[in-house]
Design a protein around this ligand. Structure first.
Ligand SMILES: [Zn+2]
Length: 120
């Protein structure tokens, strides 16, 4: 923030409006009458220098414990399933459980990205 205040002092004749030096004392050099109006001009400007915009990023992995638990369960149970179900069906079940595990696994762990923006 910058505060600049260039001060200007102006003096005018109260009668004819002729500009007079503020330091001048005496009757108006133009109309000869006495009396002047002094005005003080003050201009202040507020400047916001530079951009103070900020950005905050946070990345983390969000794990769904229930889904992770089911992934573990399927991983452990699927070989056991192979013990009882043999042949083509057992193979199909094994592939199916593998796919289920893969899909659940994708949802079990999610990457979360938080972006917070602001200025100040
Ligand atoms: Zn005057």
């Amino acid at each position: 923030m910058e505060l600049s205040e260039p001060t200007t002092i102006l003096a005018k004749c109260a009668w004819c409006g002729t500009e007079i030096d503020p330091a001048y004392v005496g009757p108006c050099p133009n109309c000869g009458r006495s009396g002047k109006i002094a005005s003080v001009g003050l201009s202040a400007s507020l400047k916001v220098s530079g951009s103070l915009a900020w950005e905050h990023r946070r990345e983390y992995l969000l794990t769904n414990k229930k889904l992770l638990a089911s992934v573990v369960c399927i991983t452990i149970l699927s070989p056991l399933l192979g013990l009882y179900v043999t042949g083509f069906l057992g193979l199909a079940l094994g592939v199916a459980s593998g796919l289920v595990t893969l899909v659940i696994g994708l949802f079990a762990v999610m990457k979360v990205r938080e972006i917070t923006r602001g200025s100040g």
